[in-house]
Design a protein around this ligand. Structure first.
Ligand SMILES: Cc1cc2nc3c(=O)[nH]c(=O)nc-3n(C[C@H](O)[C@H](O)[C@H](O)COP(=O)(O)OP(=O)(O)OC[C@H]3O[C@@H](n4cnc5c(N)ncnc54)[C@H](O)[C@@H]3O)c2cc1C
Length: 400
């Protein structure tokens, strides 16, 4: 594995940097920098989405025939890393990285023509309806019923933890179309319009005070059969394919940005004896140990990149990276709280808004420490909890 960028990769990196310099406004940078979640609110991520779409760069992993830029694995990696380094707003993955590739793989020609351009342009904003109140890690136990009435299905039940359902005009979801036999063999994958009568979206406010997730109720909701992706009772196959795309883009650049922010905070935090927090040996040792762990994540990401570039599958590595990067992020959040000291406890969400004309209580760098800490507690739960990832690693690596 050669870690040096080739001349053509360096040229590509410069092109990306020039584009980001020219197009990423201060407001968009603020939106990315102050975001306390995995991706920004719709307003901000869509603004950036449209700029990337104009350039033809909004869907790095899509094949060219569907509007992708035709980049290599290395180019995608460079692009994601450069975006993270300048805090470009993270885009919603639900259309571009989740349902889009599934429509390309399983969609009818009509579904491809209808949905794919609307994902690229940002006209459609998707949410993911998988989890239910009794089905999370054990997703195959899901119970939301869809009765086939010939030309349409009638849906009854509920989905929970549905990120951005209150912004979305479309949902892709898993429903139960068969109640006997193996649970996986009775699931169907549907694409639906969130404006359909009978759908109600109720907010769930997180402990960080954010409204990101929802519970969505379905009361006799009619979904045309033309909204089915793949065959009836074959939804599990589509869902498994989607998992390959659910995560993507390296975590190391974002972790490095977070670490450097903590260094800045610690260098400004007076200890009262003429020194600052960065001079404290215990704190420094925690910073250095986090830095070493980030280096390890980065090297592992390079190994995965190298495997992908030669057509191999990442296997257990993607579970390893998910657990390591989310737990490392939570470790950094704890260090940020330590560095923010008492200012971390001031709840001031309105000041975090990009362009807000309000003065923060305490130093600006403390503004997001607590909100990120609270929000990131969920990172080891969503996208397949870290306990489940450890089970996968045990099975794949140890064969237990
Ligand atoms: C912020 C956030 C956003 C989300 N967004 C979405 C979304 O947009 N769409 C969507 O469909 N879902 C979403 N989810 C749901 C998410 O996928 C589930 O929370 C996750 O799959 C865990 O399921 P659960 O909450 O039912 O917990 P459970 O599955 O009940 O797990 C509870 C605990 O038991 C552990 N556990 C469970 N089974 C095992 C096992 N076999 N071995 C060891 N430990 C186990 C888990 O790790 C966890 O610690 C979101 C969740 C969060 C927190």
């Amino acid at each position: 594995m050669d870690l040096n960028l080739r001349p053509e990769d360096l040229a590509f990196r410069d092109e990306v940097r020039a584009f980001l310099d020219a197009e990423l406004t201060q407001e968009l940078r603020d939106a990315g920098r102050r975001s306390t979640s995995v991706f920004c609110d719709k307003e901000w991520n869509l603004r950036w989405h449209r700029i990337l779409h104009r350039k033809g760069w909004v869907a790095p992993s899509w094949p060219q025939e569907y509007g992708g830029p035709g980049w290599s694995e290395m180019q995608r990696h460079i692009f994601a890393a450069e975006c993270a380094l300048v805090s470009a707003p993270a885009l919603s993955p639900m259309g571009l990285r989740m349902v889009g590739p599934c429509i390309q793989r399983f969609g009818t020609p009509e579904q491809k023509v209808f949905y794919l351009p609307r994902i690229l342009s940002g006209e459609d904003y998707w949410c993911q309806g998988y989890s239910e109140p009794g089905s999370g890690s054990d997703l195959a136990s899901l119970q939301m019923r869809a009765e086939n009435k010939g030309d349409h299905y009638v849906l009854n039940g509920s989905k929970i933890w549905t990120t951005h359902a209150h912004f979305a005009n479309r949902m892709f979801c898993l429903v139960r179309t068969k109640f006997d036999g193996k649970p996986q063999a009775g699931i169907t994958f549907l694409l639906l319009d969130m404006q359909t009568p009978g759908i109600e979206v109720k907010p769930i406010i997180t402990m960080a005070g954010d409204h990101e997730v929802n519970q969505v109720f379905f009361d006799n909701v009619a979904v045309p059969v033309s909204g089915r992706l793949g065959d009836e009772n074959q939804g599990w196959t589509v869902a498994k394919y989607l998992l390959e795309f659910e995560r993507g883009g390296g975590a190391a650049p974002g972790l490095k940005v977070a670490l450097s922010r903590i260094r800045t905070m610690a260098a400004a935090e007076a200890l009262g004896d003429g020194r600052t927090l960065i001079d404290d040996p215990t704190f420094r040792s925690k910073l250095v140990s986090a830095e070493m762990a980030i280096e390890a994540v980065e090297m592992t990401e390079h190994r995965v990149l190298s495997a992908l570039s030669s057509g191999k599958s990442p296997g257990a590595m993607s579970s390893l990276l998910k657990t390591q990067s989310t737990e490392l992020m939570q470790r950094l959040d704890e260090l940020a709280i330590e560095a923010a000291q008492h200012y971390g406890f001031v709840h001031q969400p309105e000041v975090r808004q990009p362009g807000a004309n309000l003065e923060a209580v305490g130093p600006g760098h403390s503004l997001i420490a607590m909100a990120r800490y609270l929000n990131n507690r969920a990172a080891s739960i969503y996208g397949g909890s870290n306990e489940i990832q450890r089970n996968i690693m045990a099975q794949l690596v140890l064969g237990v």
